[in-house]
Every structure is written in structure tokens, then in C-alpha cells.
Design a protein around this ligand. Sequence first.
Ligand code: SF4
Length: 392
Amino acid sequence: MHSLYVHIPFCRHRCGYCDFNTYSGLDSLIPNYVEALSKEIREVGSQGDRPRLHSLFFGGGTPSLLTTHQAGVLIGTIRHSFSIEAEAEFTLEANPDGLTERYLAELLLLGVNRLSLGVQSIHPAELAVLEREHGIERVVSSVRAARAAGLANLSLDLIYGIPGQTLDTWEQTLQCVLDLDPDHLSLYALTLEHGTPLRREVRAGRVAAPDDDLAADMYEQAGERLARNGFAQYEVSNWARRPAGPDAWRFASRHNLQYWRNLPYFGVGAGAHGYVNGRRYSNVLAPATYIRRMNAGPGRNWPLSRAVARSELLSNDEAMRQSMWLGMRLTEEGVPVEDFTQRFGVSPDGRFGPEIDELLAQGLIEREVRPNRLRLTEHGRLLANQVFVRFV
Ligand code: SF4
């Protein structure tokens, strides 16, 4: 079973901390971009005999900049070129910026059933450091619009470790967001990515550097607070509401689980990444180049489209390494030993015995017998990068 990621690389404004493949001031390209994307979707899906999808994700950028007509064109092309499971998860990322009930109800009719909103903070000073343009009132109205439209699966993103943020303001953000009754929360530590304006501001001393120890305290504080409010952590940065009943993990992101389980996914759009038939690939970054390539470039062998700039067939050993460090991100599921052994013909201990023994001795990972799996300890979650690097 596959997943499909569709990249929409346009934003009204470029936030100072962002290093995603996004562009402001290029909205005039959107109609041609949608046309080029439709071509790529057809090329990848149709050549592959309509691969089966159990999750779709429109990410960016700001996919909510698409009109419902443009979203409808893309979704119609996907339905024609891929076979979509009846219960497929279909996420659209959005900024809490001018979202209306009518727009969201139309997306729901098109098949979108999960909304991921970038909230980041409720405090104007923290949003200003990030150069985010919305305020909490727009978050509240967007969440109300989503619920009124009938969206039953709502995820909110937050950032901690923002210069000037304190344990108190973080607690207020958490409380305010919990009051909005989301189904899923993603909490990311602020990182100063290369080439971003925020990194330059910090380096020039105009903005305080993020405090790693304080960020670690915020992470722990959030874990406790979310657990008390019915959320269960399933990945280093992700928590899902966990209702009683047989499908208790239904709010865990099925699409992102596909990545962390190191399972195949298609990526279409400028700068999108994919992993199909043991091959990782990525598309050209610039939207104008992407459009040009899709209109003129020579065809490629499936699963690669004309937009692919780089591709690499992974060795078995590389795929094993990736399964280890990606699986270690899954705080609940971890690396299931039987699945790994069946997939690669060797157990995790057979290939990575010394690394695993050392991490067990350091108390960073633990071994469970039923089910048979390796995963991070509570302590290991705080030092997760030290675990991941052992397998990279
Ligand atoms: S809205 Fe999101 S994707 Fe766009 S620039 Fe800001 S952080 Fe990046």
C-alpha cells in the first residue's frame, strides 16, 4: 500500500525560520503549476497501473492557497490515476488565515478528511519572532470553521524553544490549544536552519539564541500536560487523542506513519521527495523549472517523472539503517523485530548488535518482548538524536 504527497510551494509571506521549499510572490504561477502537477500525477499514477493509496497529503507551502476548483482538478486527476482506499486519510495543510466554513466544506466534499493547521504559538511576541502573520483569533475562527464544516480530524502544530518564550507562555499556549479540542498535536523544537533570516538575526545578536535546556523542559512539560488531557505520544514530536475502543490510534497520522515505518510513498510537485521500489528520489526545487520540465522534458521510467532531479537506489544495508532510525522515532511502536527480520532477512541484533547493546546499556533504548520491539526509553526521547546517529 502506498501514500501520496503533493507539494504546493507557495506562501503569502515567507516566515523567518522556514527552510521548506516555499516561495512568496509567485502566486501568478499557481494555475500553470496545477496543470504541471496534474501531468506529473497522471504520469506517475497511470504508468504504474493505478497504485493503491491509503493516505494522501497536500503539504507545503500553503496548500490552502489553492482555490477549491484547483484542488478539485488535482483530486480528480489523482482519483483517475491512482486507486484510493475507501477509508484513506486525506490531509491538507493550512495556515489559520482566512479559512472559511464554506471553503472547508467544499474541500470535505472533495474528499479531504483531515486538516493540519500551523498554529505555532498564541503569543504575539513569539509569533513575531517567527514572522508568522496570524493571531490567536484567526486560529480560533479557523478551528470553528473546520468543525462547523464537518472536519472530524484536526491536527494543530506548535513550536517550542522560541526566543523569548518561557515555561509560563508555553503552558498558556498548550492550555489554549487544548481548549480548542484538537485530535492531534505536532510539537516541534525551533531549529535555526541554514540560510534562514532567523538564523542570521540570532548570529548578529539581534535575537536571543534558543535555549536548549529550556526547550527540553518545555518538551517534558508538554508530555505531562498532554498525557493528563487524554493524548498519547506515538512519535518523538507527535501526540494523538486516544479514544476508547478498538481503533484507539485512529488519530495518529497514517501518512506520516508511512514515512516512519520506511514504507513506500510517491511525492509530486516542486521539491517533493518519494520512495518507491527501493529508490529515493526528489524533484527539481523551483516552481518555474518544475513547470518547464513537466511541459517539455523527456519521459522517464516509472516511478520517476520528468520532474525528478535526483534519484538513488538504496542498498539493502542503507534501507536497514533507515528503518532503524526512522522506527526509533516511533515512541510507542519502535522497531518491530519480526517485521524487520522478515523484510531484510536479518534481525536488528544480527546487523546492529554492538550499537543496540550500547544504547541499551546507556538507557536510551529498551527491548520489549511482547510485542518483540526496540524503542526509545523516556530518557531516550530527550536525547533521540544520539540514538538516530548510531544508524545513519
Ligand atoms: S507558512 Fe509555513 S511553509 Fe510558508 S513560509 Fe511560513 S513556515 Fe514556511
